[in-house]
Design a protein around this ligand. Structure first.
Ligand SMILES: Cc1cc2nc3c(=O)[nH]c(=O)nc-3n(C[C@H](O)[C@H](O)[C@H](O)COP(=O)(O)OP(=O)(O)OC[C@H]3O[C@@H](n4cnc5c(N)ncnc54)[C@H](O)[C@@H]3O)c2cc1C
Length: 364
């Protein structure tokens, strides 16, 4: 839903941190708009379609990493949004040995990982397909004006707010913050955001013809490579959901491999090289019916911060995201709540309730 009425807070980015932040603020009575450059919500909790089937090409699975994920997973399980893959994920040693199943609980989403984000974002106003390209304080220094660059076919919308939460990867936050030094933004805030480093990742989704998905072969559903020259992860997406017998494979590179090929003009040969490597563990992968290769420039946090950078000058602004408190989904959820507290402290100091994921679906 799109509206241009006055609004208290803009949350830039509809990843998990932005969604949690917006929910917490909305529940405290603020009017909130989430502005997202992509067509959907979820950010790196991402699901793509190829040849009529889908694959989770960002976060591969959910696992309990701390109090936020521990609260969230049972709620998702009760709603059939996730199912257990614990026995089905195997680790591969540096020597290429596939280890026996471990006991770490892994959960996957039959409807796609982004269904988890959709569930959490219910009741929020999200402006999709709108990239924020600049933040400018108004002349009277009472409101932020957000400059939006819409995707083709999306309207150009005016947005003025009293506070901004940047729930985007640090390098993208830094490029929005840098011009604000001229308006008095503290240099330390920008420098701390600029100190954050990410590892990239190259992913390949490969789809095979009908009859190729055989439920018992192989005995595992996914391989987690502990120390491979190029691979980080291999999963049979066709074991997560019905693909009419077509095998669907997702490959993710490790960070150093992705760094090497990040600027490649054509990604397809890189995806084929990953398939070649993966065929040592699952024969017959070399010739997919369809192949889609994607680069994540900012996939996993290599060096992050321990708090959400924020400032009151020129106007209230706070950062959120995995990089503000760790390197995973737990950190994204936790910093979403922390950023809500931080922007609230700089605005109206309303009473904020603790996170209660079960109530998100009933918001508004
Ligand atoms: C390949 C891969 C594998 C992963 N595997 C795991 C795993 O196994 N376990 C785990 O815990 N974590 C994993 N992660 C990390 C996990 O996905 C992230 O920690 C988490 O999703 C981060 O959420 P976030 O809200 O901080 O950021 P994001 O999800 O990155 O959300 C940021 C959002 O901001 C939007 N945006 C950016 N700039 C703008 C702009 N200018 N205007 C408007 N919108 C903008 C983006 O489109 C995006 O939707 C993985 C990530 C990747 C990429």
């Amino acid at each position: 839903m799109v509206s241009s009425k006055p609004c208290d807070i803009a949350v830039v980015g509809a990843g998990l941190s932005g969604i949690v932040c917006a929910q917490q603020l909305q529940r405290a009575g603020y009017s909130v708009v989430v502005v997202e450059k992509s067509r959907g919500v979820g950010g790196r909790l991402a699901t793509r379609r190829l040849s009529g089937v889908s694959a989770d090409h960002g976060t591969r699975y959910l696992e309990a990493q701390g109090p936020y994920t521990e609260e969230l997973i049972p709620i998702l399980r009760d709603r059939d949004l996730v199912k257990s893959w614990t026995e089905a994920v195997r680790h591969v040693s540096a020597t290429g040995e596939i280890k026996p199943p471990g006991s770490e609980p892994y959960y996957v989403a039959p409807d796609g990982m982004n269904s988890v984000a959709k569930f959490l974002a219910e009741g929020l106003t999200v402006w999709r397909g709108q990239r924020v390209t600049a933040l400018t304080p108004t002349h009277s220094n009472t409101r932020w004006t957000l400059t939006l660059e819409p995707m083709p076919g999306h309207a150009i919308l005016p947005l003025r707010v009293r506070g901004v939460v940047l729930a985007v990867p640090a390098p993208q936050a830094a490029s929005l913050l840098e011009p604000l030094l001229a308006d008095g933004l503290p240099t330390e805030m920008l420098e701390s955001v600029q100190s954050v480093q990410f590892d990239p990742c190259i992913t390949a989704i490969a789809v095979y013809p009908s009859g190729t998905e055989t439920p018992d072969d192989p005995a595992w559903n996914a391989l987690h490579f502990d120390d491979h020259p190029s691979l980080g992860w291999l999963s049979l997406e066709s074991r997560k959901r019905n693909t009419d017998g077509r095998r669907v494979v997702l490959l993710q590179s490790n960070g150093s491999f992705a760094q090497k090929y990040l600027e490649a003009t054509s990604l397809e040969p890189i995806g084929r090289a990953l398939l070649q490597e993966a065929s040592a563990f699952l024969p017959g992968l070399e010739k997919p019916e369809a192949l889609q290769v994607h680069r994540w420039r900012y996939a996993r946090v290599r060096q992050g911060l321990e708090n959400c950078p924020s400032a009151a000058v020129p106007l209230p602004i706070v950062c959120a995201g995995d990089w503000c408190g760790g390197d995973n989904l737990e950190a994204a959820l936790e910093t979403g709540e922390a950023a809500a507290w931080a922007i609230n402290a700089r605005l109206k100091q309303r009473s904020l309730a603790p996170v209660d994921f079960a109530s998100y679906a009933n918001t508004k």
